[in-house]
Design a binder for this molecule. Structure first.
Ligand code: DAO
Length: 194
């Protein structure tokens, strides 16, 4: 019996870490109402063509029709060396999985990036931390060729030590361990809004 349990655990572990986008586990029974509110990005794995650099704060709202929307700010550098605080908006299209959305995003100003990305909530306890993931391009072998991921905290001061442990495990599960950088909050966006 023990042998079967161990074999099952190993199978589950290898499944979680085979780096296949289709095998990525997202948050079970995701509750968007509890997810709403302000999140501070504390770490980010950048996509190709980095956009939001630091001072990233996202605020999620559940509208009267139940749809999720978001507003985010962050420091960006556009036109090679113009540094500014980007004011961004997003609307989320539901999918069959409550933790997986299609996110349409655009800027308050026309020269800011627009796009249509996956927005998956990998894990959250709603009150302290959240792990987000988006794969922009799936390779022919099923792994992700171009992804980005935010680690969010409810606290501008960062993650609690116990949440660092949980987020680190999720980074490994996403096959992105070692690819994140810290996202600083310096007050840039309170002084330089677009
Ligand atoms: O920063 O490189 C990047 C890609 C992110 C683009 C999307 C930002 C706009 C909306 C954010 C809402 C919550 C994550």
């Amino acid at each position: 019996m023990l042998r079967y349990v161990v074999a099952l655990c190993l199978l589950a572990l290898s499944w979680a870490q085979d780096c296949q986008v289709s095998n990525i586990q997202v948050m079970a029974n995701f509750d968007r109402t509890r997810y709403a509110g302000t999140w501070y990005a504390v770490a980010k794995k950048d996509p190709d063509g980095l956009f939001l650099i630091d001072n990233v704060v996202a605020s999620f709202t559940i509208e009267e029709d139940g749809k999720m929307t978001a507003r985010a700010q962050g420091r960006v550098i556009i036109l090679n060396n113009w540094e500014m605080c980007a004011d961004m908006f997003a609307s989320f299209e539901d999918t069959a999985d409550p933790a997986k959305f299609r996110m349409k995003y655009w800027g308050a100003a026309s020269y800011l990036q627009t796009g249509n990305d996956e927005h998956w909530v990998i894990d959250t306890d709603y009150d302290n931390y959240a792990v987000h993931y988006s794969c922009r391009l799936v390779d022919s072998d099923g792994t992700c060729l171009d992804s980005y991921s935010f680690i969010f905290s409810r606290h501008s001061t960062g993650l609690r030590p116990q949440d660092v442990v949980l987020a680190t495990q999720k980074k490994r599960d996403l096959c992105l361990y070692g690819k994140y950088r810290r996202v600083d909050h310096t007050g840039f966006c309170t002084q330089n809004s677009s």
